[in-house]
Every structure is written in C-alpha cells, then in structure tokens.
Design a protein. Structure first.
Length: 125
C-alpha cells in the first residue's frame, strides 16, 4: 500500500546515468552519474550511495559518497562517515564529526536572491 508523502527511493542495485528531476523527496541508496535537480524537495544520499553528480535541491542530507557540487536553497547536512568532494552553496550547513569534505563553501543568504540582486544591480547601471 502506497503511503502519501513517502519519499521516492533509488535502491542499492540501481544505476542511473543522466539527469534526475522531480518535485518529491528522494532517497538515493544506489549510484547516480550526471545531475540531480529537486528544486523544491529534500534529497537524501544514503550511506551505501555512490554519487558522481551535481546536486540541486531545497535540502540535501549526505551520508554516503558524493563527487560533485551541491546547491541547496535551504540546508546541507554532512553526516558522520560521508565523503563529499565538491563545492557547497547553501543557506545553512551542518557538518558532523568524522564527515569528510573537500571543496569550497558559499553560505549565501539565499541562492535565488543572489541572482535576483545581480539583476537589480545591473538594472541600476
């Protein structure tokens, strides 16, 4: 029986090459190569996941291995045991002990507002 509001799941044996888009929460336990875009949803990278992709979501929780940049309009969480190689751009960042992270961090007031501000600044020139 399907449960409403339950997140979609990519299982441990699933491999996806290409672009993943959606408007619902997603849990990844398998492998993704390419891009993941869930602009209004929560993305969870499970402890057994191996992701080589750029990630974009409202909130991103990483427990597994990710090679790629992470953009979140809300919060990024790096849990103990995760391994992230890439840059983070988000409103908030939480890093637990024993999380491995190699990259740059940009904690903006809001990812969307920076683009909007740049448009207004250019209009006043």
């Amino acid at each position: 029986m399907a449960v409403d509001n339950a997140p979609a799941r990519i299982g441990k044996t699933i491999v996806i090459s290409g672009e993943v888009k959606g408007s619902e929460d997603l849990i990844v336990d398998g492998r993704i190569e390419g891009t993941v875009n869930l602009s209004e949803s929560r993305l969870t990278i499970g402890p057994s996941a191996n992701v080589a992709a750029d990630l974009s979501a409202k909130d991103v929780l990483i427990m597994g291995r990710v090679q790629g940049n992470v953009v979140a309009s809300g919060r990024v969480e790096l849990r103990a045991g995760c391994n992230l190689e890439g840059d983070i751009r988000a409103l908030r960042l939480a890093v637990e002990d024993n999380a491995v992270f190699r990259g740059k961090v940009d904690l903006t007031q809001a990812v969307a507002k920076t683009a909007e501000g740049a448009l207004h600044a250019n209009a006043n020139v």
